[in-house]
Design a protein around this ligand. Sequence first.
Ligand code: FAD
Length: 388
Amino acid sequence: MEESADRQTERKVVAVVGGGLVGALNACYFAKRGFQVEVFENREDIRKAKIVKGRSINLALSHRGRQALKRVGMEEKIVSKGIPMHARMIHSLTGKQSPIPYGKKGQYILSVDRANLNKELLTEAETYPNTNLNFDHKLQDWSAETGLMTFVRSDGSSNQVQADLIVGCDGAFSAIRKQFLRRSRFNYSQTYIPHGYMELTMPPIDGEFAMKPGFLHIWPRNTFMMIALPNLDKTFTCTLFMPFDEFEKITTGDEVIHFFQNYFPDAIPLIGVDALKRDYFRLPAQAMVSVKCSPYHIGDKCVLMGDAAHAIVPFYGQGMNAGFEDCIVFDEIMEQLNEDFSAVLPEYTRVRVPDDHAIADLAMYNYVEMRAHVNSKWFIFRKHVDNV
Ligand code: FAD
């Protein structure tokens, strides 16, 4: 009893800011190590919310991401609800479909539901008695000197919380990262690409998938591209990537159909004329940003992970997977350096920055390649979401 009481008083507090994909997974990693983990998430609990706002509806989970889930015992749970995609299926203008396998026979990536993955990870984090999930907590400000954070709630109230370590997992527009920007010798770059993306749903036909489900479907069209990933409810989520000025040129339902007739004719009967005319205008196209920075830490107080450290464009399908890998890398360094934050944080920056910058470059390179050469060089698509 005495020993456990001592351990209780010694237990350091780790604040994970952001309960998205990387924050929720990271909470499990820190909880497993025995820290007192406090997760602070701006949104309400998505497990109770009627509408879950966020980016893409589904994502490609690859080996990297699976390894990170495995270490906290979550791999099977997530994989069992994923749909294997063994190959890309390239759709030509005439509607011809040609598969290009991912790697060797038997290798595949998985289409997973973003909201379900996030919910499962939050539920797993909550199984640790040393973890608290604090929803409706928006980080407003924090001090790198004291570790004191100020959160505001939707009712206008605010509270202050102190932590031994602050882990910034608050996404591409990280509030934690803002403090880094005020400091000397912090390198930072942010690039918006001219393309935006829009998601459209392809419903089932007679209760079955409208296209073959074991594939990541791709319609490469030089400046434009559409991809489609299968969902468990037998729909496909189609994502149209296109320059913003092209999105804006289309202003009527008939223009949408005309555009699809020119570029994606085989998708029209599958998505449906009425749905296309309606859904194209449901939400504006979303922007895509690439963020690179270094270092990832401040002293022994704060570290950035996931999109907060490295938001990348989605053309390599690796943003979440790389963020999940951040958790493994950090955990391994914690093991090597006896959880001494003053040694672990700089080592994490040293090891991780080059790899994250490399994946950001590869994603951006693939975006440029796809735009310029996509129809003449099919091999480029071997690299698209080539994340086995
Ligand atoms: P987020 O998922 O953005 O989570 C950040 C969390 O922090 C959110 O819950 C947010 O509410 C919270 N937050 C923000 N600010 C505050 C604050 N001030 N206080 C408290 N909480 C805050 N990756 C892949 O690996 N495979 C794919 O196939 C793939 N496809 C993609 C397709 C598209 C169209 C896009 C845009 C991205 C795709 N990605 C993919 C990338 C992936 O979505 C991100 O890399 C991933 O979501 C990063 O997770 P994160 O937890 O770091 O950030």
